[in-house]
Ligand binder design. Structure first.
Ligand code: GLP
Length: 242
């Protein structure tokens, strides 16, 4: 694991965007795994600016998002599909058919999970996976538990996650209680992983995921066994790192 500590959110976002752009420069048809939440917003903003300056070309890139709320249609304002369009896809030259997210309103969720997993494999797997981290150490929506899903699955969200994500909704009762999330093996199979964390509220999760121990109670701790992981944090999120 390589750990990079940046001074603040702005420099973390800048570094993250440069790492993603370098990946695309080296492999223009990269398959990117993408994350939502507040943390990658600065990275997306910088990448849009780089695209406008002709510094990066997304025309051959394929993307797969980590997760989607179950029960929300793709055009729901709080769906991750809307988030990705508003904050990234609509502002760059990526062909829409190359952008993938699980369908939150799929009629048959089992088929949807299988199909999503299958599409990732048919594209050759993920070259570069961007991850955030939940305060409870979740990655994607793989929540702390006695066991974790290997592949894409329907998952129940923990109350801590529902509470943390309620800031995007009018109230916490509007936050869906389930989501479709890619599994731990799907993430671990990515050739490179970049995990971003900013702010003091992530410091404990970052300390736990780098403790030298692996536990399903802190799903991100499994990443310690990945052979090409960059942990990019700001000083606040990294303040408990040993
Ligand atoms: C959600 C997403 C995760 C994300 C996490 C942290 O739960 N499913 O992929 O990493 O939030 O979000 P934030 O960056 O807003 O703290």
């Amino acid at each position: 694991m390589r750990i990079i500590i940046e001074k603040d959110y702005e420099s973390l976002s800048k570094k993250a965007s440069l790492l993603v752009a370098s990946q695309i420069l080296l492999k223009p048809d990269s398959v990117l795994g993408l994350a939502t939440g507040s943390t990658p917003l600065g990275m997306y903003k910088n990448l849009i600016e780089m695209y406008k300056r002709n510094e990066v070309d997304f025309s051959k890139v394929t993307t797969f998002n980590l997760d989607e709320y179950y029960g929300l249609s793709p055009d729901h304002p709080q769906s991750y599909n809307s988030y990705m369009k508003n904050n990234f896809f609509d502002h760059i030259n990526i062909p829409p058919f190359k952008c993938h997210l699980p369908k939150g309103n799929a009629k048959n969720v089992v088929t949807e999970c299988y199909t999503y997993e299958d599409k990732i494999s048919k594209c050759g797997g993920i070259d570069f996976q961007v991850l955030g981290i939940g305060e409870n150490g979740h990655i994607g929506f793989n929540e702390p538990d006695d066991s974790l899903n290997v592949l894409t699955n329907l998952v129940d969200l923990r109350s801590q996650t529902i509470e943390a994500n309620s800031r995007f909704f009018e109230s916490s009762c509007q936050v869906p209680k389930q989501a479709i999330s890619i599994g731990i093996a799907t993430i671990m199979k990515a050739k490179k992983i970049l995990l971003l964390a900013s702010g003091e509220n992530k410091a404990e999760a970052i300390a736990q995921m780098t403790s030298g121990h692996v536990t399903t109670k802190v799903p991100a701790s499994l990443l310690q066994t990945h052979q090409d992981l960059i942990l990019l944090v700001d000083e606040q999120a990294g303040k408990l790192l040993k």
